[in-house]
Write a protein of this length. Structure first.
Length: 151
């Protein structure tokens, strides 16, 4: 099993179909979550939906399904549209994660309410023991944001 960083192919299609709303400053946008997975998971560009298979176990500071993300808004330069999220953390945590999946719980269409957006590989197991596990998102700009559409 392996986790590979990729924007999910199904997300690209669903984006063009108008299923995802990232407008944090307008209508409120959809609810996006980030779930953590073990090295036994397979996540990549072909992932279409969130599934709890090989997710970090419920307990020890982690809740199955992951954390709700706060979108930092949508930006645009002359050739790049982008969006990102604020950092998210699990406190009093003791677990090991190998990657994560960002998914939409309110997609307007698609195959359900757990539409995959992107998979992120951590480059190996990351372990926390009675501490805080934090996902640090990059700067929300055209060259760094977690999601960027370029010409």
């Amino acid at each position: 099993m392996t986790i590979a960083s990729a924007v999910c192919s199904s997300f690209k299609k669903e984006l063009l179909q108008g299923y995802h709303d990232f407008d944090a400053n307008g209508s409120g946008g959809d609810t996006f979550k980030l779930a953590l997975f073990t090295s036994s998971a397979t996540l990549n560009a072909t992932t279409t939906d969130y599934s709890s298979t090989n997710e970090v176990a419920n307990g020890n500071g982690y809740t199955t399904g992951g954390n709700t993300l706060v979108n930092t808004g949508v930006g645009l330069t002359s050739t790049t549209a982008f969006t990102d999220f604020t950092d998210t953390s699990w406190t009093s945590a003791s677990f090991t994660a190998n990657g994560c999946l960002i998914y939409n719980t309110q997609a307007n269409g698609g195959s359900g309410t757990t539409e995959a957006v992107c998979a992120v590989a951590f480059g190996g197991d990351k372990t926390v023991s009675s501490g805080t596990f934090t996902i640090q998102f990059p700067t929300n700009d055209s060259s760094s944001a977690i999601l960027r559409l370029t010409a």
